[in-house]
Design a binder for this molecule. Structure first.
Ligand SMILES: [Cu+2]
Length: 501
């Protein structure tokens, strides 16, 4: 018999106890894998636009247990939002007043955090907005940003990793008139395709395997089976010659370097906060947990290509190249593998033109900044690692009762993120979008010169960002800043700030 609730709680416990060996069949098997395995139609999440009640867009979301069949014959206990695994793509317009009614039908507290949005702290869905079993939480706020691809996910204190791993996440699209007028591919599920990238591990009985080893806790949980929108060995039958992919790295810890197997060029058109000034031509793109990009890919009739992960070359001077055990752990987790297949046998032969200019993303100038805050990401090596990792920021692990930073509303600030640890960490700030000023003093690449809410900070790197917190103050309710490797966040690499008048 299959008891989803018991399975969920069991995996949620001490971790690694009584777990079976991972499945032999896996999506991440590099050279041995075959394109013919990739035949499962890519799942396209339902769109959820809600309904208007008294001028507000009301959207009902229900967290509940489900069952998924990732590999066909073995059912997997999962958790979803209005479904068995993951949630719908929420789709709203700029300036909407939304009410998201979130009902928790799980047997443990949970939250939904609206990642990337500017909103009141009490509506953020972070650790302070836990929803108890059987309760409904109403998140009501105005949609400020222009068109962009955001997402939502559990942000439960100490439980974010497992709750997202089991399925509590979804995409959140915002549309605006200016972007609609650009003529970009925009038919949902036809030429405008969501791709939620996640890696998972399954036990032989089909259950999800979470945190089986110290390695999983230190490096973050990485799986052997690639899911795209919850589909393993996914194949998308391309319909239009120009196709827009909105890609979310929804993985707990894995960083992807995305390439097509024929090395084709594609155009990046957006970062987390929305469209870039102009399309950027690329052959690969690095996407860390929490980050999103939108790309345009041209598929000609007859194309049959794989989207793959290709390991990044070791950065010169990166600690991973020299630090023995840690370097080996990282190398073991960085093999090339296929993510999904794009089969363009039937694609239309007309190529729609791509605008050369998109929008002008917001920016701030350095001399407008009134202060700099420093954030050093901590992860202890050696004996500290054995004791649980020493995860923190500025020497302190997350404490819900401690406010780490008080930010005056409207001040333009520079945040300097310092990584002296041996692995890369994606740093995320709630309530705002920012621009990257520089990485170790060098301007970011063209694909990062847009609005972002998550930035990957490599070992021995200092990344400076500039931003401004707007619209809302609350001296009592904090927002979070944290590493988006969810096991690091859960272990303490997170802090709290309030925005004050
Ligand atoms: Cu981290």
């Amino acid at each position: 018999m299959f008891n989803t609730r018991r399975q969920f709680l069991k995996a949620a416990g001490a971790g690694g106890i009584g777990l079976l060996a991972p499945l032999g069949v896996a999506g991440i098997v590099n050279a041995a894998e075959s394109i013919s395995w990739f035949k499962n139609p890519l799942g396209i999440p339902p769109l959820e636009t809600g309904s208007f009640i008294n001028g507000k867009r009301v959207i009902n979301l229900s967290l509940g247990y489900g069952t998924s069949a990732f590999l066909g014959n073995r059912p997997t206990a999962t958790v979803g939002i209005n479904g068995d695994y993951l949630g719908p793509v929420i789709r709203v317009n700029q300036s909407d007043d939304v009410v998201l009614k979130v009902t928790n039908n799980l047997s443990e507290p949970s939250t939904l955090h609206w990642h990337g949005l500017n909103l009141p702290a009490a509506m953020d869905g972070g650790p302070h907005q836990a929803i108890n079993p059987g309760e409904t939480w109403n998140a009501a706020f105005k949609i400020h940003p222009g068109a962009c691809t955001q997402w939502y996910h559990s942000h439960m204190y100490h439980r974010t990793g497992i709750q997202v791993y089991y399925g509590l996440a979804g995409l959140f699209y915002i549309d605006d008139e200016r972007s609609n007028a650009l003529g970009l591919p925009s038919t949902y599920g036809v030429d405008d395709i969501p791709l939620v990238l996640q890696d998972r591990s399954l036990n032989q009985d089909g259950s999800l395997r979470y945190l089986g080893s110290m390695h999983d806790r230190m490096m973050g949980m990485m799986g052997q089976l690639m899911l795209v929108n919850g589909t393993a060995f996914a194949r998308f039958k391309v319909q239009k010659r120009l196709t827009r992919l909105r890609i979310l790295n929804g993985s707990n810890a894995r960083i992807y370097n995305l390439v097509f197997d024929d090395q084709r060029e594609f155009l990046q058109i957006a970062t987390e906060g929305g469209l870039l000034e102009r399309p950027v031509s690329l052959r690969n793109i690095v996407l860390a947990p929490g980050e999103r990009v939108e790309i345009l890919v041209e598929f000609t009739p007859g194309d049959d290509v794989m989207l793959r992960h290709r390991p990044l070359p070791r950065r010169a001077g990166s600690a991973g190249a020299t630090m023995g055990m840690m370097g080996n752990m990282m190398a073991a987790n960085d093999q090339p593998f296929s993510i999904m297949r794009f089969d363009a046998a039937q694609s239309s032969s007309t190529l729609q033109p791509v605008p050369t200019r998109l929008i002008t993303p917001r920016n701030w100038s350095l001399n407008e900044a009134v202060r700099t805050r420093r954030f050093e990401l901590n992860m202890q090596m050696g004996m500290g690692m054995m004791r649980g990792g020493g995860f923190g920021i500025n020497g302190r692990p997350m404490d819900m009762s401690r406010i780490d930073q008080r930010v005056p509303l409207g001040d333009i600030e520079i945040w300097e993120i310092i990584n002296r640890s041996p692995m890369a960490h994606p740093f995320h700030i709630h309530d705002t979008q920012f621009r990257i000023i520089d990485r170790n003093g060098r301007a970011p690449g063209a694909g990062e010169q847009g609005l972002k809410d998550t930035v990957l900070v490599y070992p021995r790197e200092i990344v400076r960002i500039i931003t401004q917190f707007e619209n809302y103050t609350d001296s009592k309710t904090p927002y979070m800043f944290h590493c988006h490797i969810l096991e690091h966040e859960d272990a303490g690499m997170m802090g709290q700030f309030v925005v004050v008048a």
